[in-house]
Design a protein around this ligand. Structure first.
Ligand code: AMP
Ligand code: GLY
Length: 435
């Protein structure tokens, strides 16, 4: 029996803890720092640590068998390098490999070098050259801060004015600090997005179930971009043909490319793919971004469908033995609705008391509804909001409709002041004519 450590505090990490605590080989799960949901779980303990050295010290002292890193920030800061230098078993990319997410310019040059389909682009540090490029290209056009910007670094500009403003704000006013001191300006792609996540062992890759996120705050894909307001799995746009194409045209060249560049990639790798119009065999696909981790909220519905033992897959990945490894998935649809706090995403309010049906019975067998916590904290026994995305209410059903009905039934039983959520999660899967 093993003790495992999960780094992070979001809904993705609650879902990882929920999954790993069910593994027959896991005796205890630690989550650093965790949230109000992981605090309430059986066989799970929150650990109030965030510094990389402190985390490594904890893992060594507690004889942690394996550590899984949830978010990008510690990966980009080199947590895997710190753990590995101490001989600790950790699943995630090194700091150098995490550049696939931490630098958009790195990712774009990488894709170009290795023939991975992506939008045409140029990178700028000089504002006047950026403005001239925008004028030459025209709108719509996409402006991206090079560095990590917690979902705020991308502006899909529908007018030249918006595009120029984005450049002024990032390069001129340094609104995103160092992250925006360099910008990638790229062609605007059209189509339907899908999240395609794999586990990689440096050489081989093992795909997880497909999913689709909802980045905009409001119904009908309106409003500002967020970290993600809901997700479901599987995503029908990733047909068997599309799955095979994404593996062959994106994932395999990415894993081979990192290896060829002298940076064999181990960890979760997430490709955000734009799938253009047409027949599956020929419709254009383009990578919008690579993330060096699982998605949030995609992880919640994905892991709810996972029937295989995740620890076994993590072990295979760390031992370089993903080749031939298979994962079993529940054939049903899982669908997660994010409930966010007042003011999100511009400025999230914390401290609102949460009432209603937010606890899960972790001792029961398979549940059809699980409330994954993100920005929640227990304050003297009262559960309060503590961040932008507060909960991800996730349900499984025989159809998208059934999963959606079940998820929203539970959402209706949960209240906190200023709660925001979308009413149309999975609308693309339910549209009478798919775009
Ligand atoms: P990213 O963080 O790069 O995934 O960008 C956030 C969101 O902006 C994506 O999920 C897309 O909805 C949108 N986006 C990014 N790049 C493009 C592009 N080249 N064309 C159209 N939309 C894009
Ligand atoms: N939900 C998108 C992401 O995790 O980046």
């Amino acid at each position: 029996m093993h003790k495992v450590l999960i780094i992070g505090s979001g809904g993705r990490e609650h879902a990882l803890a929920w999954t790993l605590s069910r593994s027959p080989k896991v005796s205890h799960v630690f989550v650093a720092p965790g949230n109000g949901g992981t605090a309430a779980m059986a066989r799970v303990t929150n650990v109030a640590l965030t510094e990389l050295e402190d985390l490594a010290e904890f893992a060594a002292r507690e004889l942690i068998y394996l550590t899984v890193v949830g978010p990008e920030a510690p990966l980009a800061a080199g947590i895997v390098d710190v753990f590995e230098s101490r001989g600790l078993r950790v699943f995630g990319p090194t700091k150098a490999c995490a550049q696939l997410e931490s630098s958009k310019d790195y990712a774009k040059a990488f894709m170009q070098r290795h023939g991975i389909p992506t939008a045409a682009y140029q990178t700028f540090t000089d504002a006047s050259l950026a403005h001239a490029y925008i004028d030459a290209q025209g709108a719509p056009i996409v402006i991206k801060a090079d560095g990590l910007a917690a979902g705020k670094g991308v502006v899909v500009a529908t007018s030249l004015e918006q595009a120029h403003q984005a450049v002024d704000s990032m390069l001129g006013d340094a609104s995103l600090g160092a992250a925006g001191a360099r910008v990638v300006i790229e062609q605007c792609l059209v189509g339907e997005e899908a999240s395609f996540i794999v586990m990689a062992d440096g050489l081989n890759s093992l795909p997880l179930a497909s999913s689709q996120d909802h980045k905009r705050l409001s119904d009908g894909d309106q409003g500002p971009n967020t970290g993600g307001m809901g997700a479901y799995s599987p995503a029908p746009v990733v047909s068997p043909v599309m799955h095979e194409r994404i593996m062959r045209e994106v994932i395999e060249p990415a894993i081979a490319g990192m290896r060829a560049d002298g940076l064999p990639y181990t960890g979760f790798l997430y490709a955000g793919v734009m799938i253009g119009p047409g027949e599956d065999a020929t419709r254009p696909i383009g990578v919008l971004e690579f993330n060096c981790r699982m998605g949030d909220p995609e992880t919640q519905p994905i892991l709810m469908r996972l029937q295989s033992d995740l620890l076994q897959a993590l072990d295979a990945a760390l031992d370089g033995q993903l080749d031939g490894h298979e994962l079993q998935w529940d054939a049903r649809t899982a669908l997660g609705v994010v409930m966010a706090s007042a003011g999100y995403p511009a400025s999230a309010r914390s401290g609102d008391a949460i009432s209603g049906s937010v606890n899960n019975d972790d001792t029961a067998g398979a549940a059809d509804v699980v409330v994954f916590h993100a920005g929640t904290a227990l304050d003297n026994g009262v559960l309060r909001t503590a961040g932008g995305r507060v909960l991800c209410v996730t349900a499984m059903g025989e159809s998208v409709e059934a999963a959606r009905t079940l998820a929203y039934e539970r959402v209706a039983q949960i209240t906190f002041d200023g709660a925001q959520y979308r009413r149309d999660i999975a609308w693309r899967a339910m549209a009478p004519v798919r775009s």
